[in-house]
Design a protein around this ligand. Structure first.
Ligand code: PLP
Length: 448
């Protein structure tokens, strides 16, 4: 795509030769530590040739069948595997090719569920600002990433956005507070104002990813979301495309809140980059309703439940189980957060350190006391990412605009689940150097 849309981008972008473990090797002989796990995709690490060897054996028995006409062993097997690690109460899985497709599928399933139950007025969706759910028109409509929505604004669907529990930037509870009370009040007020009978579902990234790097709700937040959704007949859908499937040290992030959503969407680590794969994990409440009424979900991509992707997904699952990778990010992630915490002590410009397991978000400020962001002209995020790359480490640039439209610099660190302590030291060592350089520059505060 880069070659088609921008020659300049193609010229600047390194050509990959091979990748192994947490390392990406380019054709010019450089190597890069994949500190963002290639957009949070890589769980089991790069270069697991056993997956393709298995594919060449058993996997080559069926490359493709249309899943409206047939099912196949790989889909059946992977469904069982995914359900074996999913929260209790989930009973079906719908496989797609990625995260946007998973979310698009979930919102359609929610809508059809209400229509079939005789509640066709439920057409609006609730979601949160500072969130990202995908690039299709429907999933972009759900997303609260204002900069990406802007060009397509006239196409946006009826989604009502509420505040995420982003305490570091919260004018009500302050940086060390817990936004649960007022976020829940806002959610309920919004439902009542819109009319509960018009609302289909509430979509939330369990822990916010790229748009506000690691914003994590307080311990009561999702229990109260669940209560409100139940009270008003609204389906609760967790987007765990980035945070699910092991990244936070559990199969699914929502487990930390002890709540069962109506659907969980996942992508990225479920295929770990070895094949395009996403999934919607559906609760018995919904799956049973369709099954018992012999209702057909009016949906289906040509590549829903793709045989090769499901086969690869099953091999990824087996490696995850064998090497305890659904749990390892908790332990090794604690080490990552400890190292980053030490950097925060030393570098005034790290305002906030967020996230769990092998996901860390760092928000940068020009003044730690007032939390004033840097002036956008100082281009902290893009320069930091480039300086890290010069030192052979890739980290993810957070999307500007998290700070209520006033810019805001943040990065994300989301390495493969197999990263070692020594590799984390390499990553944090490079970050220490870069922050030392940037910290010596005069600080330009963003205009009020
Ligand atoms: N949801 C979340 C939380 C994501 O982070 C992403 C991608 O970054 C998506 C959905 C969209 O997934 P995909 O790019 O696979 O369509």
């Amino acid at each position: 795509m880069s070659g088609v849309f921008s020659r300049d981008f193609a010229a600047r972008t390194p050509l990959v030769d091979h990748a192994e473990g947490v390392w990406i090797h380019t054709a010019d002989g450089q190597r890069y530590l994949d500190g963002m796990g290639s957009a949070g995709v890589i769980g089991i690490g790069h270069g697991r040739t056993e997956i393709y060897e298995a594919l060449a054996g058993q996997g080559s028995k069926v490359s493709y069948v249309y899943t409206a006409s047939f099912t196949h062993p790989w889909q059946e097997e992977l469904s069982k595997s995914v359900l074996s690690v999913a929260p209790e109460g989930m009973s079906a899985v719908y496989f797609v090719s990625g995260g946007s497709e998973a979310n698009e599928t979930a919102l359609k399933l929610a809508r059809q569920y209400h229509v079939e139950r005789g509640e066709p007025t439920r057409h609006k969706m609730l979601a949160r600002w500072q969130s990202y759910h995908g690039v299709t028109i429907a999933t972009l409509s759900l997303s609260g990433r204002t900069s990406w929505r802007a060009p397509y604004d006239p196409y946006m669907l009826p989604v009502v956005h509420v505040s995420p529990p982003y305490s570091y930037r919260c004018a009500i509870c302050g940086p060390d507070g817990d936004c649960t009370d007022h976020c829940i009040e806002e959610l309920e007020r919004t439902i009542l104002l819109e009319g509960p009978e018009t609302i289909s579902c509430f979509f939330a990234e369990t822990i916010v990813g790229t748009t506000a790097s690691g914003v994590t709700p307080g311990p009561e937040y999702y229990r109260r979301v669940r209560e409100i959704c139940d009270r008003y007949g609204i389906l609760f859908i967790c987007d765990e495309v980035l945070m699910g499937y092991g990244r936070v040290g559990r199969p699914f992030a929502i487990e930390d809140w002890g709540v069962t959503p109506d659907m969980i969407t996942c992508g990225k680590a479920i295929g770990s980059g070895y094949a395009p794969l996403g999934a919607v994990i559906v609760s018995e409440k919904i799956a049973g309703f369709f099954r018992e009424g012999r209702r057909r979900f009016v949906h289906g991509f040509t590549y829903s439940g793709h045989a090769m992707s499901c086969f690869v997904g099953q091999k990824v699952f087996e490696i995850m189980q064998r090497e305890d990778l659904f749990r390892r990010p908790a332990e090794i992630g604690a080490y990552l957060h400890e190292r980053l915490g030490a950097l925060q002590q030393r570098h005034e410009m790290i305002g906030d350190l967020r996230g769990r397991g092998l996901y860390a978000g760092l928000e940068f400020v020009a003044d730690r006391h007032s939390r004033a962001p840097f002036a956008p002209d100082q281009q902290i995020t893009s320069r930091l990412v480039a300086m890290m790359r010069e030192r052979g480490v890739i980290v993810g640039a957070g999307v500007p605009g998290a700070n209520y439209g006033k810019g805001g610099d943040h990065i994300q660190i989301s390495p493969p689940f197999i990263i070692s302590e020594a590799e984390i030291d390499t990553l944090t060592g490079a970050l220490d150097e870069v922050l030392t350089v940037l910290g010596q520059e005069p600080r330009m505060l963003a205009a009020e």
